[in-house]
Structure formats: structure tokens, C-alpha cells
Design a protein around this ligand. Structure first.
Ligand code: G3P
Ligand code: MG
Length: 244
């Protein structure tokens, strides 16, 4: 079972920051997951929410700030307020961080609430760094995945699923993912079942499950034979995997 550090090592460090990614690299992980939005001046920036206020000391939407304005905000976790590695990073900064590692990057295009014109920009930077084999692109916004696939059908894509509504047009999630033509089903822990995993595998699809933070769920995912999990605690996950 592969482990993605979800938003970096976000259980112990501020999520989606260079510090959290750097710490994640010290663990035996397969990949890092991060969330991408677009700034007012067109930079790809790493943050989970459309609004900066939950994780940074500021107010407003990412899309209303330029990169240099976004860089001024301090992170909200008080132990890390002064830490320069806890500012809003760009996708380019993360690419620089991992370029000499064998880490896979799961780039989640956060286009669910605001559909930024982001797909070509992400593909361009992947090509610039020759990261075609190093990335998995995912989104809850399946229209966004379709756009990606029209632009480049050779990259790996994962369709994110949160609730049954997300695949209600088809008989089941596997049929939905097959129709989209994705590499993986990236599914919530509340939706995944052993039957889904088996059916996905019979149909040549990978299954990655988010967000798995408790040892009980980690063991369950190993028993389900999922291909990978996203965890805020990749070190804990490794402990469980090794003992299992
Ligand atoms: O990509 C897996 C997971 O990150 C999806 O949910 O809200 O944590 O981005 P969220
Ligand atoms: Mg995410």
C-alpha cells in the first residue's frame, strides 16, 4: 500500500507549506498530495481553501491577491508564525524541492468552487520539469479532468469522489471512472468498500483513499488491498504497514 503525505506531513506541520513537504520527504513515502489554486496574477499556488483565512493570518480569496501579496501572509499556527517555510508556496517551489527525489506528486486541481483557467498552466510546468511520470493529477471537478485529458491524454489522472452524488450518473463509481478514462479512483474513506476496490482492480483502475489517519482505518485499508492512502501522518502509517 502506497502512502501519500496529505498536504505534506500536515498532522504535525502547517498544511501545504514547504516545511510540511520537507518533513514529509524525511519519511518512507511514495508521494505527496497538495492542492493548487491560481493567484490574481496567474501563479499556481498551494493552499487548500479558496479563502486564505483558515490557514493564514489574513482575509479574502486567493484569486483576489497577487503572489507577492499572498507571500506576505503568515501562517495561522502560532508555533510557526515566523517560519519562512510556512508561507503560501508556489507549485514551482515544490517542483524544485522534489526534483531530485523519486517522490510522486499528486496535484489536486482545486477547481470545485472557482474553476480557474488552470489546466494548461499545470501541464506546462509538468513538461518544463519533465515530470510527466512523476505526477498524478486529480480533481473533484470532473469537467476539469475532461479538459486536462483533452489537452494531454498521456498524463495520469485521478477522479476524486466524496459522495455517491459524484457518480450518480452511472451504476457505480467504477463505471463512472471508466467513462472518464482515469488512472485512479481517489475516494473518501466513507465511500470505499472492499467490493469497490475489487471491482476497480478487475477493471484496471487503482484505488487511493483519503484521509486515513487512524491505525484502525490504516489496517482496514491494508485488508481492503487499496493501492494507496492519503494520510496527514505518513510516519504513523509506515509504522502500521511495517508491523502488519
Ligand atoms: O486528494 C485527496 C484529498 O486531498 C481530497 O480532499 O479536501 O483534503 O483536498 P481534500
Ligand atoms: Mg487535497
Amino acid at each position: 500500500m502506497k502512502v501519500f503525505a496529505h498536504r505534506g506531513a500536515s498532522g504535525d506541520y502547517p498544511e501545504n507549506t514547504i516545511l510540511a513537504f520537507d518533513k514529509a520527504l524525511t519519511f518512507d513515502i511514495y508521494g505527496i498530495e497538495l492542492d493548487v489554486h491560481k493567484s490574481k496574477d496567474g501563479h499556481l499556488v498551494i493552499i487548500h481553501d479558496e479563502d486564505i483565512q483558515r490557514t493564514f493570518k489574513g482575509k479574502g480569496l486567493v484569486v483576489d491577491y497577487t503572489l507577492s501579496e499572498l507571500k506576505k501572509f503568515n501562517c495561522r499556527k502560532f508555533e510557526f508564525i515566523e517560519n519562512l517555510d510556512c508561507k503560501i508556496p508556489t507549485l514551482r517551489e515544490v517542483f524544485e524541492l522534489i526534483k531530485d527525489t523519486d517522490i510522486i506528486l499528486n496535484i489536486e486541481a482545486k477547481t470545485d468552487l472557482i474553476h480557474y483557467d488552470i489546466e494548461q498552466d499545470i501541464i506546462d510546468i509538468i513538461k518544463e520539469y519533465n515530470f510527466e511520470k512523476k505526477v498524478l493529477i486529480s480533481s473533484f471537478n470532473h469537467k476539469c479532468i475532461k479538459i486536462f485529458k483533452e489537452l494531454d491524454n498521456n498524463l495520469k489522472y485521478g477522479a476524486l469522489y466524496y459522495s455517491e452524488k459524484d457518480y450518480s450518473s452511472e451504476a457505480n463509481v467504477v463505471e463512472h471512472a471508466k467513462k472518464l478514462g482515469v488512472y485512479s479512483i481517489n475516494i473518501s474513506k466513507d465511500l470505499v468498500t472492499k467490493e469497490i476496490v475489487d471491482l476497480a482492480h478487475e477493471n484496471g483502475l487503482k484505488v487511493f483513499v483519503y484521509t486515513i489517519n487512524s491505525p484502525i482505518l490504516m489496517r482496514k485499508m491494508i485488508e481492503y488491498n487499496v493501492d494507496g492512502i492519503f494520510s496527514d501522518y505518513p510516519d504513523l502509517t509506515n509504522e502500521i504497514r511495517k508491523k502488519y
